[in-house]
Design a protein around this ligand. Structure first.
Ligand SMILES: [Zn+2]
Ligand SMILES: [Zn+2]
Length: 141
């Protein structure tokens, strides 16, 4: 895939984020906005996409692989990510699978995004734009 980076409505340059909905509702609503979530596909992996806030729930087991692929594909300019949003660290959401509070922490790779994960269910929730921010951040590709 060699599409040029398109500008998102929020003004950020990014990212091929080809999340394809499979048109099937997920069992639980969105942990961020309670919107309807649908099964979807990203880099040939099954993910769960919120039809409302566009947050995405990804198995922690494939997250690294998806991000590695997204970063490898990107041929545009590196975009310096915005500074870490300290406020995001205090906004905790419930795991849509087990209902426990998810852990909030900075993503360990490039970028300053704050992600939510459940270590019991191996699920990670990324808000809209966070995957693009990680994809476009400077660093090894
Ligand atoms: Zn949502
Ligand atoms: Zn859980």
């Amino acid at each position: 895939m060699n599409q040029p980076a398109a500008q998102n409505p929020d003004g950020h340059f990014g990212a091929l984020q080809p999340i394809t909905s499979l048109g099937e509702a997920a069992p639980a609503p969105c942990p961020r906005c309670s919107g309807l979530m649908e099964l979807a596909e990203l880099e040939s992996k099954l993910v769960i996409l919120c039809t409302d806030c566009r947050g995405v729930l990804i198995s922690s087991m494939v997250l690294g692989e998806i991000i590695a692929q997204l970063r490898r594909q990107y041929r545009g300019k590196d975009i310096i990510p915005p500074p870490l949003d300290e406020d995001a660290l205090s906004k905790r959401i419930d795991c849509p699978n087990c209902g426990r509070k998810m852990d909030v922490h900075p993503y360990h790779g490039p970028s300053n995004v704050v992600i939510d994960s459940c270590s019991k269910c191996w699920l990670t929730f990324l808000d809209d734009g966070e995957l693009s921010t990680i994809q476009l951040a400077p660093g090894e590709r």
